[in-house]
Design a protein around this ligand. Sequence first.
Ligand code: SF4
Length: 479
Amino acid sequence: MYTILDCYTDEPSGLGVPPYIGTYPRYLAGALSILGKEIAYITIDDLRYPKKSKLKTDIATYNKTNQDIRKIISNTKKLIVVAGIHTSGKYLSAIPATLKEIIRIIKPFKFRKILTGPAASVYGSGIHGGKFSEKVDLSVFDEINENYLGINDYNKIRRYSIEGAFIVKNNPRYPNCIVEIETSRGCPRKVGCSFCTESLRKFEKRNINDIINEVKALSDQGIKYFRLGKQSDFFARNKNEIEKLLRSIKEDVSPDVLHIDNINPSSVTENKVKIVTKYCTPGNVAALGVESFDKNVIEQNNLNSDPDITMNVIEIINKFGSIRGDNGMPLFLPGINILFGLKGETKETHKINMRYLKEILNRKLLLRRINIRQVVLYPYTKLYETTKTKFLRKNRKYYWKWRNEIRHSIDLPMLKNLCPKGTILRNVLTEIHNGNTTFCRQIGTYPLIIGIKEKLPLNQFINIEVTDHMLRSLVGRKI
Ligand code: SF4
């Protein structure tokens, strides 16, 4: 038996942390199934020890597949480990495994072990912001291959993605899971941002018919939630291609959720935004990157947008996307990142960021989210090769204060504009307990977290009314 061990993946383009099912386990299942192999799919949660707490959901073991794991392990001839974090994030109901944890767990097993996914690349894996990627001894693996069985080859993926669609039924979150769909790889910019691993890969677009066929195959397996999120710039195609892709998915599959992810601000046009609002479902977000509004930092790190372009794009997306949809959320909003530790960062950088963020707020434009992170240093990136942690070390003492200021002065009032008290949000899934509070989210791209002061049954869809605001999440009551 060939066992796929999903340790979850998060890359600049591509998410595979529950409730997302990433592309790699699906492609691998397809490849192995074509080879006629017997396949098992398990998650890292299946191999972890549960913490015994009645008060708090144990998110380290929340995504168990509930199979006979002992039997699977004793029948396994080859273990294929899918892992790798290339953007660190916070996860409500899952914990991606570090390489250190994976090695500790699988070391005693005698079968052949293969490492694939982003962690098998030359950039390694790193979950903690403000640090280098993990330095570990990988000798426990018999093979380390990012492109194992050709899972990075679009000619092979054409068939793999369809043959492997069945594996979604083994996912612990099925059918309340969202699948990440790949539309391209690499970054279309010739020279990418200083910190990013994506630009070091060759840019390649996936054939539109292949994408549509994969979505249909997944829909045939009962999947209702889709994100076209595995790409660095969804708008890297022309408007006719974008329209063909989204219209076909809507007409052929009519998904409950159809969202996208990354967009380079420089590729945004009014027509493309209108197409997205026409065919996708509400609650959609254009993750614009941005990273900094400081022109000096932008130049030194070759970032993807200058402040004038960014402000214009935020306005265009708001113009068409801020209308509220039937799930209670606006149709389509921008999201930005602020990244600490970039080359050239000074105290002035934070002041400039605050000036632009206040302007967005004062102009009553909406941002769905501001991700604030410390950069992770991955080998071969420009930042790694030049200043490394110099600016992180210099400015780390300010980061808590800078982050706090953005959270209090921008995020909180923005959230109040986005979802005022009394807003009704529909199809919210209850996910975890913490004490007597239930935390829940809609299924989609960057859904808002809602805390309800009541212990509700988990994995149920409810409607809620917003009753209050935390810094980045909502307080609600079940209606
Ligand atoms: S625009 Fe920058 S951050 Fe985005 S994929 Fe390209 S290099 Fe990476």
